[in-house]
Design a protein. Structure first.
Length: 183
């Protein structure tokens, strides 16, 4: 399932940093929603979760294959740019299978394939094992720990930051703090 090796260091960095953030925040949530909904026989939720998961995986893979930084809120984003047809067909075929699943057995079968699809994406990002879930009472701390290691590389590459800027310390925090002290 792996797309070609990324030759450009900046593109490789963008693929891994942005891909990791999408994996930790969105894709893992889709995996957990899919598994829980399949267990409860809620096919519509499974189909929605799998569609989101597959489009995110394809969008990030597209970044590694020459596409732009994925913006999943933009209806004009092309999550397939640069991807081989068989990679797109595999992902969309999985979405179609989920949408057609009507029995518990079909939901269980397709969920197993979704998990395999997600694990392949995790391996492509460099994870030997599934990363820990960030959906827990402590909040996003595991994701922020990974992001702290990736952000300096991401910033140096010139790609947009993978995390929202309001989650990060501002460069002029010292100046702002000095301004507050003068008041």
């Amino acid at each position: 399932m792996s797309v070609q090796a990324v030759d450009d260091a900046r593109r490789w960095m963008g693929y891994h940093s942005i891909g990791t953030v999408h994996l930790l925040i969105d894709i893992q949530a889709d995996i957990e929603d899919c598994v829980g909904a399949a267990r409860d026989g809620r096919g519509g939720v499974v189909a929605h979760s799998v569609r989101s998961l597959v489009l995110r995986c394809l969008g990030v893979r597209s970044l590694g294959a020459g596409g732009g930084v994925p913006d999943f809120d933009d209806p004009l984003t092309d999550p397939f740019h640069g991807l081989p047809d068989e990679v797109v067909e595999e992902g969309l075929g999985l979405v179609a299978r989920c949408a057609r699943a009507t029995t518990q057995e079909e939901l269980d079968d397709v969920t197993a394939d979704v998990l395999a699809y997600a694990r392949a994406f995790e391996r492509d990002l460099g994870f030997d094992e599934p990363p820990p879930s960030i959906r827990r009472p402590e909040g996003l701390y595991p994701a922020l720990r990974v992001a702290r290691e990736i952000l300096p590389l991401n910033e140096a590459s010139g790609y947009p930051l993978a995390l929202p800027s309001d989650w990060l310390p501002q460069k002029n925090d010292k100046a702002a703090a000095a301004g507050k002290e003068q008041r």
